[in-house]
Design a protein around this ligand. Structure first.
Ligand code: URA
Length: 242
C-alpha cells in the first residue's frame, strides 16, 4: 500500500498511459511506437519507466494526468444521508453534498445509518472495479458494538460467518476496546458488517467506514468532501487492477 505523501515507484510508460485512460496497454504501446508520446519533451520509448509525480508525460502534446472530465471526490458521509441520487422519501442524499456538475455517482453504498468515507465519481470503469468483489479492494470499518466481542466471536468473523445470503469471506478483524472492532472486508454485500457482527451476537450501534483501498482521511469532517489527489486516484487504480 502506498501511504499518504509517499511517491509511487516509476512504472512502464504503457502501463501508466493505460491507467490514465488511453486504452489498453497494447493500444498505448502503439501510441508510443507511433511517436505520439513524449516524456520530458523527448520522444518516448516503449518500456521506458516514468513517474507522473516528477516526469512530464504528454500524448499529442497534451499533458497526461487524469483523463479530462473525470472527477473523484472523497466524502465523509454523515449518519442519516442516503447513498442514492434521489430519495423517494425526500431524505438528503450524498449527491446533495458534492458539486452538481459534472454529475457524479456514489461508488458502492453505505447504508443510511453508516458514516464515513464514500467515493463519488463519473469514472464508471474505476467505480465498477472498486465495487466488484473480484478485484478485492479492501474497505475498512470501525464498528462500535453493544458488548465486548468474545475471542470466539472475533475468530468467527476472521474465518467467515454464515449469513442468509451465504458465507462471508475471511475478514481482517482487530479488537478496539471497549466494545469496538476494526474490520476489513473486500465484499460489498448489503449491510454486511452489521449482519456479520449480529451473527456472532454483537450487534453494531455505530459504524464508520475509515478506509477504501489506500485512501483514508482522519481530518475530513462529517458532511465535507474533497477531491482525491492524483496519487490517490492512481493508488485506487492500482488497488483495483488485479
Ligand atoms: N456494512 C454495513 O453493514 N453497512 C454499510 O453501510 C457498509 C458495510
Amino acid at each position: 500500500m502506498t501511504g499518504e505523501g509517499e511517491l509511487a515507484p516509476p512504472e512502464r510508460l504503457q502501463k501508466v498511459l493505460a491507467r490514465a485512460g488511453f486504452g489498453s496497454r497494447r493500444a498505448c504501446e502503439e501510441l508510443i511506437a507511433d511517436g505520439r508520446v513524449e516524456v520530458n519533451d523527448r520522444s518516448a520509448e516503449l518500456g521506458q519507466r516514468v513517474d507522473l509525480d516528477t516526469d512530464r508525460v504528454s500524448v499529442d502534446g497534451v499533458a497526461v494526468s487524469i483523463r479530462p472530465g473525470l472527477v473523484y471526490y472523497l466524502l465523509n458521509k454523515p449518519r442519516g444521508v442516503v447513498t442514492t441520487a434521489s430519495d423517494p422519501q425526500g431524505r438528503p442524499t450524498v449527491v446533495d453534498l458534492v458539486p452538481l456538475e459534472p454529475r457524479v455517482f456514489p461508488v458502492g453504498r453505505l447504508d443510511a445509518d453508516t458514516e464515513g468515507l464514500l467515493l463519488l465519481t463519473n469514472d464508471g470503469d474505476l467505480a465498477h472495479r472498486l465495487t466488484h468483489p473480484r478485484f478485492g479492494v479492501e474497505k475498512e470499518y470501525l464498528a462500535e458494538l453493544e458488548r465486548d466481542p468474545s475471542p470466539a466471536s472475533v475468530r468467527a468473523l476472521r474465518e467467515g460467518v454464515e449469513l442468509d445470503d451465504g458465507p462471508t469471506a475471511p475478514a481482517k478483524v482487530a479488537a478496539v476496546p471497549p466494545r469496538g472492532l476494526r474490520i476489513t472486508i473486500h465484499e460489498g454485500r448489503n449491510r454486511q458488517v452489521r449482519r456479520m457482527c449480529a451473527a456472532v451476537g454483537c450487534p453494531v450501534v455505530r459504524l464508520v467506514r475509515t478506509r477504501i483501498g489506500p485512501v483514508a482521511d482522519r481530518g475530513l469532517k462529517p458532511g465535507s468532501w474533497r477531491p482525491l489527489t492524483l496519487a490517490e486516484v492512481r493508488g485506487l487504480q492500482e488497488a483495483a487492477s488485479t
